[in-house]
Design a protein around this ligand. Structure first.
Ligand code: ARG
Length: 442
């Protein structure tokens, strides 16, 4: 039962927050005149000692240390004697654990946010530097239209920006203090929760003591955020896995993020990207674990809630690793602009051919049909669409003129999509500028 019940083996990771939370609570007890200032100082000194033991790896867990809270209080009692027994006045492990985890999580999420921002910056840097490079854009993974390589990069950065916004928004909800809720009914000693919250770096206090000890929605939200972000990383990885295959040859992962095969000497596999894609699955599973664990718990604390910490630790570790690996992959990725251009074909300008006719006043629905007929003609003849002459095209539509030759430029095709959010150089650089402004302002 002890082995089944204990959580010290994993919640020891938040020893620092448990100590800090207790220091803050000792101060709150003294302010409320529940303990004397001398008692407060004894508690704070003792807690400092406990923290130092953890810091230098000297904290000795003992049989019966059920979790980080009982372990720290047991050690505090050994160090300073009976006065340690005053620390838990009006407090419960129920409000304590919710407080510790929120403190721990906010710190980790801030670190993770910095990694996400680094990834976005790398994408923007590359997008600006490599703005000249054009590549095939796909729908259904079939050649569709010409886009800038930068535009593809920024398509993922745009999703990462929303991930960053969601994260910033979530941190506000994580950073609310449960302490002072007691086991469930509130604190009977008149501690000033607002002051305590300020002292511990919280933005506010949980508004209802029963809710404060009941809910783990902040863990579910963190797991969802991570699942969504990991899903974005997975889709991004999938693109690059396709682009780096020999048949595409548009990019290559650096050696640092690839591995070889134990059998085939020529292999260089994009393992980092495949692991990003794979780990998103485990991450989504952890969200399901949290929701399934909490959905049937009666109001206030039940031991089921201890199970959700596994998802919290996985979420933090996975996202910290995944975002740093993704940033490293992207920063060191080699691109092959020639191969990207070779991937373009004249048929990808069929839409541009229709648009040429639109500019001559032909209704789009007709132009779509006419351009389709031109594609069929070139296919029947076994020649590229761009080799059709005005004389070939005239029978399909009288509006074709000698200037149709200007349609056959991939660069021009990209440049024509100059509306906000498009793939023209100006539009892409504008997207970069907006992302930079966002990062600077938030
Ligand atoms: N280790 C417990 C957890 O992580 C702490 C709270 C225990 N509270 C209780 N009433 N048994 O959930």
């Amino acid at each position: 039962m002890e082995k089944f019940n204990e959580s010290l083996s994993f919640d020891r990771r938040m020893w620092r927050e448990d100590v800090e939370g207790s220091v803050g609570y000792a101060r709150a007890l003294a302010r409320a005149r529940v303990i004397t200032n001398d008692e407060r100082d004894a508690l704070i000194d003792g807690l400092g000692e406990v923290g130092k033991e953890w810091e230098r790896g000297a904290f000795a867990a003992k049989a019966g240390d059920e979790d980080i809270h009982t372990a720290n209080e047991r050690r505090l009692t050994e160090l300073i004697g009976d006065v340690a027994g005053k620390l838990h006045t009006g407090r419960s492990r129920n409000d304590q654990v919710a407080t510790d985890t929120r403190m721990w999580l906010r710190g980790e999420l801030l670190r993770i946010r910095a990694h996400l921002r680094t990834l976005i910056e790398i994408a923007v840097d590359r997008a600006e530097r490599e703005v000249d490079v054009v590549m095939p854009g796909f729908t259904h993974l079939q050649s569709a239209q010409t886009v800038r390589w930068s535009h593809w990069l920024l398509s993922h950065a745009a999703a990462w920006q929303r991930d960053d916004q969601r994260l910033g928004d979530m941190i506000k909800r994580v950073n609310v203090m449960p302490l002072g809720s007691g086991a469930l009914a509130g604190n009977p000693f008149g501690i000033d929760r607002q002051l305590l919250a300020k002292d511990l770096g919280f933005d506010g206090v949980c508004p209802n003591s029963m809710d404060a000890v009941s809910d783990r929605d902040y863990i579910a939200e963190a797991s969802f955020w991570a699942s969504m972000t990991a899903t974005h990383l997975s889709r991004w990885s999938e693109d690059l896995i396709v682009y780096c295959s020999q048949q595409f040859g548009m990019v290559k992962c650096s050696d640092a993020y690839s591995t070889g095969s134990s059998l085939m000497p020529q292999k260089k596999n994009p393992d980092a990207l495949e692991l990003l894609r794979g780990k998103s699955g485990t991450q989504i599973g952890s969200l399901m674990a949290v929701l399934a664990t909490i959905k049937g718990t009666p109001t206030t604390y039940n031991k089921d809630l201890q199970e959700v910490w596994h998802a919290m630790y996985y979420t933090v570790d996975n996202m910290s690793d995944s975002l740093q690996i993704a940033a490293g992959c992207l920063a060191t990725l080699k691109i092959y602009p020639d191969a990207m251009e070779r991937g373009l074909c004249a048929e990808m300008l069929a839409t541009d051919l229709a648009e040429y006719l639109v500019r001559k006043g032909v209704p789009f629905r007709e132009t779509h049909h006419i351009s389709g007929a031109a594609v069929k003609l070139s296919e029947d003849r076994g020649v590229p669409l761009s080799s059709l002459t005005v004389d070939d095209l005239k029978p399909l539509c009288a509006a074709f003129d000698a200037d149709v030759a200007e349609v056959w430029s991939y660069e021009k095709s990209a440049e024509s999509r100059d509306t906000e959010g498009g793939t023209s150089r100006r539009s892409v650089l504008e997207q970069c500028a907006k992302l930079r402004a966002y990062l600077a302002a938030n």
